[in-house]
Design a binder for this molecule. Structure first.
Ligand code: PHE
Length: 378
């Protein structure tokens, strides 16, 4: 049963305000029910424990100068989420396939960067914003359509870089890297890390930080020196700034050894009871893993078919019982018709599923695929 009203940042929002009968609305009930969860605000939850550990680093390194916010509504305007941070008008992230829209002007933020411009305008110069973010996505152990990010932002004025004698942009980039290397050491201890150049519309230069973990390089955050245009538009023409955005689940999966991103949403006591306030990095002990059950579905696709839409049908039917959706066959025949075969892994982390139950889910998936996408099942 889905609660019909949620409170977001002190404002009551009804289900029909979010899951609306509007041609541009693509928010399902399963997402509406996530809006009230606020996992990052629970001191005994791995995401809350991690958030607090990052707070601790900033408080001690910057003598409590960073302001902290974790209660901003995830419902924002297209302008805040994209235009204000210079995302080009034809960027894929704006599409209905990638982002949840309430209507053509309102959406569920897909990153915490959506709050940068407003905070700048309001005069904040050093802040951390933590919150739930949403992204239409495929299904596997590290992807989930709702997750959590923390945004960090620091504004400098001429006094700061003039004294150093170096160029303002270099000054900000150097300070940013020093800050985040310190954070990585605070969380992981002595780890190998490396900086990789990348691109974001809102920063230049832009970097990703990777840490060496279990014999592999793992991307943990994106960051960079804020585009001057963003500062200029928000009354900070004479300043430079840096920004970063980190994914809390990514870091928490590593720090707590949590193997599947669905677990963060589990209310099973065998999960929740393993974590306590202030205890960063206590390793999660898997409770008996029940076997997965695989079911295949093949159909001829049409131009409007997308994998994200298919995954949303699967999640709508199976919820968190859907562990993974994999495209296992893809071919085009002589007539130019394309067929996809997807393998769905069903698995509960809490109990074993019956054949009957899984067959029932698979029939519902088949049914909805036929009706919603107007495709022919093979
Ligand atoms: N918003 C970016 C993302 O979601 C992360 C980021 C934040 C990058 C701030 C640079 C500066 O991937």
């Amino acid at each position: 049963p889905v609660a019909s009203v949620v409170e977001l940042g002190g404002v009551k929002v009804g289900r029909e305000d979010v899951v609306r009968d509007d041609p541009t609305n693509n928010v399902p009930d399963s997402i509406f029910s996530k809006l009230s969860m606020q996992l990052h605000r629970r001191d005994h939850h791995p995401l809350g424990i991690l958030k607090n550990a990052i707070y601790e680093y900033f408080d001690s390194t910057y003598s409590n100068k960073f302001e902290k916010f974790d209660d901003l509504s995830p419902i924002v305007s297209v302008k805040e989420n994209f235009d204000d941070v210079l995302v080009p008008s034809d960027h894929v992230s704006r599409s209905y396939n990638d982002t949840y829209y309430l209507d053509s002007q309102t959406l569920l933020r897909c990153h915490t960067s959506a709050h940068q411009a407003e905070f700048l305008r309001k005069g904040h110069t050093q802040f951390l914003v933590t919150g739930d973010v949403y992204h239409r996505d495929s299904i596997d152990s590290t992807h989930y359509p709702a997750f959590h990010q923390m945004e960090g932002f620091r504004v400098f004025s001429e006094d700061d870089w003039a004294a150093s004698g170096i160029d303002a942009t270099y000054f900000a980039a150097g300070d940013l890297k020093k800050c985040l290397e310190g954070l990585a050491r605070h969380l992981f201890g002595a780890v190998d890390m490396r900086w990789v150049d990348t691109y974001f519309p809102f920063t230049n230069p832009s970097f990703e930080l990777e840490i060496y973990f279990k014999e592999d390089w793992l991307e943990v955050l994106g960051c960079g020196v804020t585009e001057q245009e963003i500062l200029k538009r928000n009354g900070k023409s004479n300043n430079v700034a840096w920004a970063f955005g980190l994914g809390l689940e990514r870091l928490a999966m590593v720090l707590f050894d949590i193997p599947d991103i669905r677990l963060f949403w589990s209310t099973d006591e065998r999960f929740t009871s393993q974590f306590s306030k202030g205890q960063l990095g206590v390793k999660f002990k898997a409770f008996s893993k029940y076997p997965p059950c695989y079911k295949d579905i093949s159909f001829w696709i049409n131009e409007s078919f997308t994998e994200n839409n298919f995954c949303e049908v699967v999640r709508g039917v199976a919820g968190d019982l859907a562990e993974e959706v994999q495209l296992i066959d893809n071919f085009t025949n002589k007539k130019g018709m394309t067929s996809h075969c997807y393998r769905i892994a069903y698995r509960s982390m809490e109990r074993s599923l019956t054949d009957e139950e899984i067959n029932d889910l698979q029939w519902k998936v088949r049914d909805q695929v036929e009706n919603k996408f107007n495709v022919v099942i093979r």
